[in-house]
Design a protein around this ligand. Structure first.
Ligand SMILES: Nc1ncnc2c1ncn2[C@@H]1O[C@H](COP(=O)(O)OP(=O)(O)O)[C@@H](O)[C@H]1O
Ligand SMILES: [Mg+2]
Length: 382
């Protein structure tokens, strides 16, 4: 990438990495059925972060392209029995879970209990990331930039003085824009109370109230780990510095979307390029300095919650033009040509297969399923 790097000794091409035998991979997911009947009293956008069967099939095809066999197991209440019967070598886990305060951690917890290897983050990071308030507390503790916030559990708590209107109100523990539309921006105490009440009643969870971040919106994903180069099919993606490969920054321009200024559930549901969809620009047209700043922030955001191997972090600029972390997704959407992370990989020429297999190989390496390659010893200063 860096044309001005002085000539160095040519590096030996790294040895290719293969498991001793193909794996039997179970893809674990919750499937979205478009015509599913939701029980009364459940929000219309409930289950929005479940996956379409086509996404699961695309993941299976990507894994099979490397010679492994796959099976899809729905991550429902029968999952423990299905796992015992199928006995996968590893699970490619994208399950969103079945309710509760840490639903994205349910499947990882079960897999830990059954000692079955799996991809993506482990129990704690998945639980923390689903809880946006908790995530922000951890980031704040690391001196990472977050907007001032307050969690409303009952609804009539008095508003803290550092929170100035306009404010943004959203469910504390959802994804895929659930509970987020133009009414999330509130301009007065009356609007605030109404929206907080709505979130608590309809989503049955606390409402997270934050300063409204009025600037441009970005999202940026990464793959990797400090020792990723030992196990990656593409060690050239990684630097020695921290072992992460940070994808190009994606800008989401919601200004002309169905919900101007907000990357809402409705706007996320639109196909890329469709009328009312946000504009997707990757790499974002921003200065190299801001790019570096954002990419550095997403690595630190990922490390602060102990996410593993892959994540995607959302960021907005505040009134002063400074980047502020919004939330992190350790289970980022993986729909080819549509999900933010896939668009970012595509923007730098990384194929969908390579992205999926990278997550699989990094996951497998943590469970002793892959023999790592030897890396040249780091040069140490005298
Ligand atoms: N504090 C905020 N200020 C302005 N917009 C926000 C704020 N928090 C969230 N948003 C908007 O709402 C969208 C969804 O919020 P986010 O926390 O990322 O939830 P989700 O998990 O549903 O993606 C963001 O992409 C952004 O457009
Ligand atoms: Mg988001």
């Amino acid at each position: 990438m860096n044309a001005s790097t002085p000539a160095q000794e040519p590096e030996k091409p790294p040895s290719s990495i293969r498991p001793e035998r193909p794996w039997r991979v179970a893809v674990l997911a919750n499937v979205k059925e478009d015509d599913a009947d939701l029980p009364d009293g459940v929000a219309a956008d409930a289950l929005a972060d479940y996956d379409h069967i086509e996404t699961i099939q695309a993941i299976q095809a990507a894994i099979e392209s490397d010679g492994h066999s796959t099976v899809f197991i729905p991550a429902d209440r029968n999952l423990p029995y299905a796992l015992k019967e199928i006995k996968p070598d590893i699970c490619f886990n994208i399950a969103e879970g079945l309710g509760g305060d840490a639903r994205e951690a349910q499947t990882p917890a079960l897999l830990e209990m059954l000692r079955i290897p799996y991809t993506h983050s482990r129990v704690m990071a998945n639980a923390i990331a689903l809880d946006k308030t908790l995530t922000k507390r951890l980031w704040r503790d690391r001196r990472l930039p977050v907007a001032p916030f307050q969690e409303f559990i009952v609804g009539d708590e008095s508003l803290r003085s550092e929170l100035r209107f306009p404010l943004f109100v959203k469910p504390a523990r959802e994804g895929t824009g659930m509970g987020v539309d133009l009414k999330a921006i509130v301009h007065s105490e009356a609007e605030l109370r109404e929206r907080v009440e709505y979130i608590i009643q309809v989503y049955r969870q606390p409402a997270l109230v934050e300063t409204f971040l009025s600037g441009r919106e970005f999202t940026c994903g990464l793959v990797g780990r400090w020792d990723a180069r030992r196990y990656s099919r593409h060690p050239e993606w990684y630097t020695e510095k921290h072992g992460y490969h940070v994808f190009p920054v994606l800008e989401l321009d919601s200004s002309r979307s169905v919900t101007p200024g907000v990357y809402s559930h409705v706007s996320k549901s639109k196909s890329v390029g469709e009328e009312g969809a946000p504009g997707y620009f990757c790499p974002a047209e921003i200065s190299p300095e801001l790019t570096r700043k954002l990419q550095n922030l997403v690595v630190r955001a990922h490390m602060a919650i102990k996410a593993i191997d892959v994540s995607r972090t959302d960021i907005r600029l505040n009134n002063e033009g400074e980047p502020v972390l919004i939330e992190i997704n350790p289970l980022p959407g993986l729909t080819a040509g549509y999900s933010d992370l896939c668009l970012e990989a595509m923007a730098e020429g990384i194929s969908y297969e390579d992205l999926i297999l990278e997550i699989l190989y990094l996951g497998a390496s943590r469970w002793g399923l892959l023999q790592g390659r030897e890396l040249p010893a780091k040069k140490t200063k005298k």
